[in-house]
Design a protein around this ligand. Structure first.
Ligand SMILES: [Zn+2]
Length: 132
C-alpha cells in the first residue's frame, strides 16, 4: 500500500535529518513549541490577516436530541475561508508538528502509520460514541 510507504518514508526521513534535537527532552519540548506555533498561526488568520473570523456564543442545545443529532447544533465558530498565505502558514505549522511527532515515534520505537491505523480502527468501532 502506497500510504504505508509514505508514512514510513516520512518517519525514516525525520530520523535521518534530525540531528540537533535527538534527546527525548528536546523532542517533547519541540512538540510543545510546534503546537504553540500552530495555535499562533491559526489565531493570526483571524487577528492578523482577517481572512477568518470567529463568531462564538453559548451553545443552545435542546435536551431531547440524540447524540447523532448533536452535530447539527454544534459548529466551528469560524466564518470565511483561509487565504492562500494563511493556508500555507497553517500547513507549514502542521508539518512541523508532524515532524516532531514522527521524531518522538522514532525515539520510542513506534510506527506512525501503525498508530494512525490503530486510531482509525478505534474510531470506526466507537463511531459517534468516541465523544471527540
Ligand atoms: Zn489569511
Amino acid at each position: 500500500m502506497i500510504k504505508d510507504f509514505i508514512y514510513d518514508d516520512f518517519q525514516n526521513t525525520v530520523s535521518e535529518v534530525l540531528i540537533c534535537n535527538r534527546s527525548v527532552l528536546d523532542v517533547l519540548s519541540q512538540i510543545q513549541e510546534a503546537n504553540a506555533r500552530l495555535n499562533r498561526v491559526v489565531i493570526r488568520t483571524v487577528t492578523g490577516c482577517g481572512c477568518l473570523k470567529i463568531q462564538a456564543g453559548k451553545k443552545e442545545i435542546p435536551s431531547d436530541i440524540t447524540l447523532a443529532d448533536l452535530k447539527k447544533f454544534l459548529d466551528s465558530h469560524l466564518l470565511g475561508e483561509m487565504c492562500e498565505d494563511c493556508r500555507d502558514a497553517v500547513e507549514t505549522a502542521i508539518g512541523r508538528l508532524l515532524f516532531y511527532l514522527a521524531a518522538l515515534c522514532n525515539l520510542l520505537d513506534l510506527n506512525l502509520y501503525d498508530i494512525l491505523l490503530k486510531e482509525q480502527k478505534q474510531l470506526k468501532i466507537l463511531g459517534i460514541y468516541n465523544l471527540a
